[in-house]
Write a protein that binds this ligand. Structure first.
Ligand code: G
Ligand code: G
Ligand code: MN
Ligand code: NA
Length: 252
């Protein structure tokens, strides 16, 4: 209860901020986009793994999620003005937001307000949510993609997707959960799961990104499989907008 009160106060006091983590194409090292990750307070603050479930159970995730959408689009527009790069922004969206009839309107409004192309906006939903709620979510996913926005299935491999569903899900990208990526070089079984997800994605024409890539060995293995992109500490940690602009400038 006190965490929930503190979250309410935090939203009023603008105590939230976003950090951005680059997503990098494996074939040539090009930066494709960034994922927006919510932070509360400074580095020592409460982790989103703790406060997001509280925000979800108290309903605060709706105003907080709307703030995230607008702020992420504002930062992408700034990034584009400062670097000239037409990057993508991946935004995490919770179940309560997906169920909210206002979600698409918030996305449209934010993209328009900040002058972004719909193709630059990618919405992440976790695989387990997608599978639990597939019938309710499908019309919304279709509506997003009709606008040209992209959809990513997050934490892929942890949610028991049925292949039959996946083939008809309007999604663009599978994000392999980092628990499997960590097994590369450690367990044959983990490597087999990663290999299977990459093949599956290629087979049904989806892009595949590996999360949590921390070592060159993992990166080489993924490149060998034909995985499209990575996100992880090996190449870049999540960072604020200024640090990201510096990081991009140093790479050119
Ligand atoms: O960045 P970090 O690993 O600490 O994030 C922990 C969890 O919080 C991840 O599962 C991530 O998807 C989730 N998360 C981060 N930012 C957001 C956000 O803006 N909205 C939602 N719903 N989840 C987020
Ligand atoms: O669940 P989701 O995929 O949205 O969240 C991504 C989370 O993974 C973020 O909280 C981010 O901080 C974290 N993350 C990103 N790269 C790495 C990495 O290389 N290793 C680990 N352990 N975590 C990472
Ligand atoms: Mn994510
Ligand atoms: Na994930």
């Amino acid at each position: 209860a006190s965490l929930s009160r503190a979250l309410h106060a935090g939203l009023q006091q603008q105590a939230f901020r976003l950090v951005l983590q680059p997503q990098i194409r494996l074939s040539d090292g090009e930066v494709l986009g960034v994922e927006a990750l919510l932070r509360w307070g400074d580095e020592s603050g409460v982790s989103p793994a703790e406060f997001i479930p509280v925000a979800e159970s108290t309903g605060l995730i709706l105003p907080l999620g709307t703030w995230v959408i607008d702020e992420a689009c504002a930062q992408l527009a700034q990034l584009q003005r400062r670097t000239g790069l037409p990057l993508r922004m991946a935004i995490n969206v919770s179940l309560a937001q997906w169920r909210d009839n206002a979600l698409l309107g918030h996305l449209d409004a934010a993209a328009r307000r900040h002058g972004l192309q719909p193709q630059q906006v990618e919405i992440e939903l976790t695989e387990s949510l997608a599978m639990q709620e597939v019938d309710q979510l499908l019309p919304r996913l279709h509506a997003l993609r009709e606008r040209g926005m992209r959809v990513a299935l997050d934490d892929f491999g942890t949610g028991f997707s049925s292949l039959a569903y996946l083939q008809h899900m309007p999604v663009d990208l599978l994000k392999i959960d980092r628990s499997f990526v960590h097994e590369i070089g450690c367990s044959r079984r983990g490597e087999d799961i990663v290999r299977t997800i990459v093949s599956l994605g290629r087979l049904i024409g989806l892009e595949v990104l590996a999360e949590g890539v921390e070592t060159l060995q993992q990166e080489d293995f993924l490149r060998g499989l034909g995985c499209d992109a990575t996100q992880g500490y090996l190449r870049a940690r999540p960072m604020g907008l200024d640090a990201l602009c510096d990081w991009l400038a140093r790479r050119r």
